[in-house]
Design a protein around this ligand. Sequence first.
Ligand SMILES: Nc1ncnc2c1ncn2[C@@H]1O[C@H](COP(=O)(O)OP(=O)(O)OP(=O)(O)O)[C@@H](O)[C@H]1O
Ligand SMILES: [Mg+2]
Ligand SMILES: [Mg+2]
Length: 503
Amino acid sequence: MSVSNLVSYDDALASYDPVMGLEVHVELGTKTKMFCGCSTELGAEPNSQVCPTCLGLPGSLPVVNAVGVESAVKIGLALNCEIAEWCRFARKNYFYPDMPKNFQTSQYDEPIAFNGYLDVQLEDGEIFRVEIERAHMEEDTGKSSHIGGATGRIHGASHSLLDYNRAGIPLIEIVTKPIEGAGARAPEVAKAYVAELRELIKALGVSEARMDKGQMRCDVNLSLRPNGTEKFGTRSETKNVNSLRSVERAARFEIMRHATVLTDGGTIVQETRHFHEEDGSTTAGRIKDNAEDYRYFPEPDLVPIAPARAWVEELRAGLPELPRVRRARLQGEWGLSDKDMQSVLNAGAVQPILDTIAAGAPADQARKWWMGELARRANETGTDLAEQPITPAQVARVTALVAEGKLNDKLARQVIEAVLAGEGEPDEVVAARGLAVVSDDSALGAAVDQAIAGNAAIADKIRDGKVAAVGALVGAVMKATRGQADAARVKDLILERLGVEAQ
Ligand SMILES: Nc1ncnc2c1ncn2[C@@H]1O[C@H](COP(=O)(O)OP(=O)(O)OP(=O)(O)O)[C@@H](O)[C@H]1O
Ligand SMILES: [Mg+2]
Ligand SMILES: [Mg+2]
């Protein structure tokens, strides 16, 4: 089903109400794997970081990684979850070559953290609460590469390669309760939730949570029910979506696909689906096992985990400032309205502004340039603000030149443009282009005299007391000096020449 054959998004929403469930897998940044001492370093020679335990060879015994458990508790606490007094691992049995043990060590009905929530802020500033069902510990699988086919998928491939370096890397799976009530904004909620969760994970320091490196990936479960009804429809589960934009697109596509099938009188099958970056579509994967097909049972080789309450409280007390709190603090420090803060967030400008302040610029100046000139450019070029070819230190230097009176805003803009164009450091641009505010009276005098002579009628008005008309003469001088004159000084000079008191 291609995107163009689907009912429109608005039509889908006119008849159906989306229910969504998000499962996010986060690879923890521990040095070693979850149940053995193998390194988790990325990029190593395939199958060079494996041992009998992560390969599940007979006779091997797993041991739990304490840092993995600690990270799980931190994530649980940051998500406002209850932390289990006692919990166990479980075997999730299935046969697939990426898991040579034929089961994945996971948690099932006894997760380490459960019943939490994460508040996310939508683009219009509204707060939407996403309820968390559980966060549990598990291990990653190996990685298969299907070779010889056109699609890189197993169908049509001539053979597959397996790399078990990833098998056994600690994962935390964070599962939401069914998200209801988002309506047309379900895709936006999905994106905002994953974005907020990623910020949270990064703030906790438990993972870099780079989606482009597969350190964080999201399964988007989606179903529709007729508007005004309660009972959930059948869900589809789009697996391993690996960017924020894709999460939003996958949810949107599935809403339209489900609506198309249902409108045609068809039925949705419970299945996994693959997302395709090229056109934003999804295609069927495998018919989804029900949980009972995995024959979950408690892992007999690992001891249960009983996080001591005192230790949990210690971890709670040690949590860093969480992203939402930090944003509120910065908004206060910068004196921004909700709306202005929201634009800063939407533009991805928080870090660039902070770095510019750290480099010595006043907060309002830092924000002005990143949210003005630079945001406009990022928009035009479709790039991230942080990717602009100018550093926070360079922006800070420009604001310093303005503060010193060496540049005015117009000249500062030219300097920024020149830095972006690769002409060098701000000071080099100023020197090379001869850009500097002229406030020297002798240099300005001739231009002022000319402006008065060329605009005799206006000069007369000013002499007669219409001091406000001086703006026109200042403009003429600025034009003649190609914007390099110190406007305040020019105004004083004109009034002085005309023998009028400044107001
Ligand atoms: N009918 C439904 N429509 C939309 N979302 C649903 C529906 N039923 C359940 N969900 C959501 O789908 C997700 C299911 O994830 P969960 O990990 O519980 O099970 P699973 O997908 O069967 O297991 P696995 O971890 O093997 O993928 C949850 O976020 C849940 O809230
Ligand atoms: Mg799951
Ligand atoms: Mg799932």
